[in-house]
Design a protein around this ligand. Structure first.
Ligand code: ZN
Length: 98
């Protein structure tokens, strides 16, 4: 096997499932912030009265001018960790041929 892993085989099952899904993926793009320019998440965290920054190397989501860190995107339910979201959640209207 040519694939390498940093983890011993018996610990791989301890890795949490961090796959992230965008139920409304048509509206969103995913970016990696690649500079140290100041850039702020579109949301404030609960209990904080300031906008937090998005760091170089951080993944973030964008919809139009709105940029969200993954934490806020999760809190706002723009993304989900639920692999069965397509079964449980509300679905976008199905495009019916007229
Ligand atoms: Zn945020």
């Amino acid at each position: 096997m040519s694939e390498t892993s940093d983890l011993p085989a018996d610990e791989e099952s301890d890795v949490p499932d961090m796959r992230v899904y965008l139920p409304h993926h048509e509206e969103w793009t995913v970016h990696i912030k690649r500079t140290w320019d100041k850039q702020y998440c579109y949301n404030k965290s609960p209990g904080e009265d300031y906008f937090h920054g998005i760091l170089a190397g951080e993944l973030y989501l964008q919809r139009g001018d709105e940029k969200y860190c993954l934490q806020c995107a999760l809190r706002n339910r723009y993304v989900t960790l639920d692999r069965l979201f397509w079964q449980n959640g509300p679905r976008p209207p199905r495009k019916m041929p007229m």
